[in-house]
Ligand binder design. Structure first.
Ligand code: AHR
Length: 502
């Protein structure tokens, strides 16, 4: 068996655990909204038409923040189509996904759903086909208390209290030629700055996210962030990152090491933002909003992307296996490790569309494999993120070279004394014994320990076998002040240590 040693100490703090790192994303795309979160007539539907089974799973997943309403969808969206009496709402062509949008669910409904889910709303405005005026309008509708045309309209529509949305995305992926209203960095940077300035005139305390690159593989990655921030540095708080991973040409080893790329993306965007700050002689620091991340088998989708103006078509309903779940767990480890600069993160998406939750119209909802590392990380990560020094054997990957087989992060809650270790074994051949001296944390014991692993790394959960893959008790024990976790090949584990009762 291989051995890896980790060093952690309560003093090696990265940052507080930011609860916004456990965000998700609901886009009007495929069946995320319709027959996902919303399905009047479903046996579990509540008085608002929201599926109770999906709501319960969303709460169990531990989602703290939900980005809405897109995604590519938002770049052609008219927010006002989705408010007021449902019978009067127009059906529109939806260009991003070539679907029909009925507008049965809009801003007010979504805010109601998010409240039930216990999650904060992150709202994206359309800077593709629209601009400053429409961004101000939707802000007035959502956040202005009352006494103005649009705030009174909201009140008349039943939302007497303002929605109080604090976090706003200034458009979506406008660097991408596929985006309706695609722009150059110069064009977008100016528009983002103008929109931000206007929104701040309305409500100075908003937190505003400028679009970064849609992927680090874009030819403009880096240059885009630099130009946009040169133009909008003083007006915005954060810049977005998006990243999706999949097995390319059968290269599972590189796929398992995808978190190396997240580390690289965050480090690159932070370096770019700080370089702009230095040029501008600013002491302000820009945060990273990693507001789309996940495993997504895009190559399959791009082979057959079009739907033909259907309502809620089945698009990118990827079924995830154990390997995918280990990668998702590792991506969360990377995001936590960067909690000093990553201020929010949204797994894309929540239900059906590349999602941890699946649902069938009129039928059940279930947890995909990827549900489990997310839910456990959200539940267990508390207090502060600790930097972990990792001495690990390496594994060879075509894409990233030699990478440590074991990756890990830890959290420590000074109030309770609890320590949680999150670790992955990215190797496919052998188990790894992970050793950690826990004496700096006092007299602790293993309170719970979970491993997501299966002898068949391609095993997945389905409607008929929804619990084929679940976390199982991990092999973790403390002897002589050393925690020993046995991490099987292709596994993700979480170990919670608590102070022994005296
Ligand atoms: O999450 C699916 C799509 O991926 C989003 O609509 C878009 O922003 C990204 O390219």
């Amino acid at each position: 068996m291989l051995t890896a040693s980790l060093v952690l100490s309560p003093g090696h703090v990265v940052a507080p655990v930011r609860r916004r790192l456990f965000g998700s994303f609901v886009e009007h795309m495929g069946r995320c909204v319709y027959t996902g979160i919303y399905e009047p007539g479903h046996p579990t539907a509540d008085e608002d038409g929201f599926r109770g089974d999906v709501l319960a799973l969303t709460r169990e997943l531990g989602v703290t923040l939900v980005r809405y309403p897109g995604g590519n969808f938002v770049s052609g969206y008219r927010w006002e189509d989705g408010v007021g009496p449902v019978a009067d709402r127009p059906v529109r062509r939806e260009l991003a996904w070539h679907s029909l949008e009925t507008n049965e669910v809009g801003l007010d409904e979504f805010v109601r759903w998010a409240r039930k889910a216990g999650a904060e709303v992150m709202y994206a405005v359309n800077l593709g086909t629209r601009g400053v005026a429409e961004a101000l309008d939707v802000h007035e509708y959502a956040n202005h208390e009352g006494g103005t045309h649009l705030s009174e309209l909201r009140r008349a529509n039943g939302a007497t209290q303002p929605h109080g949305i604090a976090l706003w995305c200034l458009g979506n992926e406008l660097d991408g030629p596929w985006q309706t209203g695609h722009k150059t960095a110069q064009e977008y940077g100016r528009l983002a700055a103008e929109t931000a300035r206007a929104l701040r005139q309305a409500e100075p305390g908003l937190e505003l996210v400028a679009c970064g690159s849609s992927s680090s593989t874009m030819p403009t990655f880096g240059a885009w962030e630099s130009t946009v921030l040169e133009l909008a540095y003083d007006q915005v708080d954060h810049i977005s990152c998006h990243a999706y991973y999949e097995v390319i040409d059968g290269d599972v080893d590189s796929f398992l090491a995808s978190a190396v790329d997240v580390d690289h993306v965050v480090d690159s965007v932070v370096a770019t933002a700080d370089a702009v700050g230095a040029r501008l002689k600013s002491t302000k620091r820009i945060g990273v909003s990693f507001d789309e991340w996940n495993v997504w088998y895009q190559k399959r989708f791009h082979a057959d992307p079009r739907t033909d103006w259907e309502i809620a078509p089945r698009i990118i309903e990827d079924r995830y296996d154990v390997t995918d779940a280990v990668v998702v767990g590792n991506l969360l480890i990377s995001l936590l490790r960067h909690a000093d600069r990553v201020v929010a993160a949204c797994q894309a998406q929540l239900v059906n569309v590349i999602a941890p939750i699946r649902s069938e119209p009129g039928g059940p909802a279930w947890r995909q494999t990827t549900f489990h590392p997310f839910a456990l990380t959200s539940r267990l990560a508390r207090g502060r993120v600790l930097r972990v020094e990792i001495a690990s054997p390496t594994t060879r990957t075509a894409r990233f070279g030699d990478v440590p087989v074991v990756d890990a992060v830890a959290t420590h809650d000074p109030d309770t004394g609890e320590v949680v270790l999150f670790a992955v074994n990215r190797g496919r051949a052998e188990p790894v014994e992970v050793l950690v001296s826990v004496t700096p944390f006092g007299d602790v014991e293993v309170a719970e320990a979970w491993t997501l692993h299966d002898a068949d790394a391609s095993a997945s959960n389905t409607r008929d076998d929804p619990d084929r893959v679940v976390p199982r008790p991990a092999s973790a024990e403390i002897t002589g002040g050393v925690l020993r976790l046995v991490a099987p090949p292709v596994s993700w584990s979480a170990v919670r240590l608590a102070l022994r009762a005296s």
